[in-house]
Design a protein around this ligand. Sequence first.
Ligand code: FAD
Ligand code: NAP
Length: 545
Amino acid sequence: MTRDDEPHEGRTADFDVVVVGAGFAGLYALHRLRELGLSAVAFEAGDGVGGTWYWNRYPGARCDVESIEYSFSFSPEIEQEWDWTDLMPSQPEVERYLNFVCDRLDLRREIRFSTRVTRMTFDEPRAIWSVETDAGDVVTAPFVIAATGCLSAPLEPDIPGVSSFEGVSLYTNRFPKEGFDFTGKRVGVIGTGSSGVQCIPVIAEQADRLYVFQRSAAYTFPSSARPLEPSELAELKAMYPEIRRQQQASPAGAVRLSAFAALFQPSKGEILDTPYEEQLRVLDEHGWLGAFAWSDALLDIDANRAATRLYGEMIRRTVHDPETAASLVPQYPFGCKRPIVDVGYFETFNRHNVTLVDLKKDPIDTITAHGIRTREHDLELDVIVFATGFDAMTGALTRVDIRGRDGRSLKDEWADGPRAYLGLAVAGFPNLFTVTGPGSPSVLTNMVTSIELHVDWIADCLVYLRDHGAHTIEADADAQEAWVEHGASLVEGRIPSHPSCNSWYVGANIPGKTRVYMPYAGGHVSYKEQCEAVAAEGYDGFLVG
Ligand code: FAD
Ligand code: NAP
């Protein structure tokens, strides 16, 4: 399809492309643009590179994918030059890696740090975006790549009295650079998602007392984190081409998912057809992962509940206090949130200095100047750690005032849930690309694999436009609707969209956010094929002008 009703003669702009964000996506985008001979500037709200791995410096922060796969595949040189020290890299190691990549590719000079993009306006007659920042910049470019991240807009918890606390308030999603010493402190952690589950065992070791405020219990599995032996690393480095090939053939964009290995092994049969004694035998043999090693556990809600009962048995075997153990068993289906990997999470509740506060039984009444008052207790605290998560997938985009054709606001367009074509572009917002946007597999995969796919697709698209003398590309509204419907059909009636699945995947953690399953559940391989087919057919479903 073409759109040729716009004059673009004599358009001038400061840059060819503005990139927003300097995490994995922004850095790779800058590199590809430079390779193509395009001028670019990146704006980054933080004062360093790394994105997720710059902001989330809480104790215990660690990747759930093996380092060898949670890394860029585009440069065999960088693969060989960088030495991973851990099988599952910690936050400082990933941050160091991204700084290394940034300097190795000399990208830093194109990034304006400590600068937040606040407004982006598409000038239709000139087909140019005007990008404004909180530092007063106004720059123009025909194209914008929003590399703003799926999990980068912190959720501000709406707990009464949150600002009245006179102790120290810490947020896992913007943890102090210098760290924090919890020694001798009375600490409360609110939130038991991935961030809470990772930091709770570490804080428990330091704090005088730790109260864990849990609204929803977590499905979490022991991490396979351990140092990499030098000989093992050498072997892995030699295998990079094969590992990368296998990643591309994997629906998760990762093959060595050691923490979840048993979930991907041949199943032990259908749990609903298996006597409980036999289920317990599988649990004895496979531990935590044995609870979900059943072919029906992710397909049938009753099977899922049976598997959760088995998972609860593992919790009861681990946590000594029966009441605490009962509270730690999740009440929602497995598979509706990203499973967590932890180091010693359940064991932490056997410590004498740790108390679980089950908010389902004893909800928070208010945060006071001196601590947290629940319906039944008044707990004095020196520190509150908020591990309360993000306005995921859409938040980073809707917090910018983005104006497309006819002054249309992206925030308004997405008020009833995000609509995007391939998760890459939005009808009415020409020349704006969203890396790992809603409607793409993103958070259901190894994100680095998804990011590379998107940035490569965008780079190829820019070459196509240049080669064809085209100035604009925009998602066609009908193609977009078909994609949104296709995405919805993949989860309809299935576990991820079960009414009891109150995950951030459906926006349930944000009061008032329309409930829509945002990631694309078709897997990396099928999604990649569809993206490639769209490009091969001259950007089918896009209007090229
Ligand atoms: P980000 O890393 O989020 O970077 C986006 C950047 O854009 C941020 O630095 C932000 O400051 C900047 N930005 C946003 N809006 C603006 C604006 N308006 N102006 C200027 N700058 C802006 N994924 C996995 O696959 N495996 C994992 O183990 C894993 N662990 C995670 C752990 C945590 C704690 C979190 C929060 C996420 C994790 N993820 C994981 C997902 C992770 O976000 C991605 O893997 C990946 O790092 C995303 O890279 P990105 O560049 O797309 O976005
Ligand atoms: P999250 O999964 O959204 O968890 C937030 C937690 O805070 C939940 O337990 C939530 O309860 C609770 N919460 C939120 N508001 C609350 C309130 N007002 N009162 C009480 N409790 C409240 O956020 P996250 O832990 O930061 O993780 C987000 C995502 O980042 C993960 O799903 C994962 O994709 C990624 N991540 C990955 C890793 C890793 O393994 N490498 C580590 C960290 C993060 P409810 O569940 O009831 O809403």
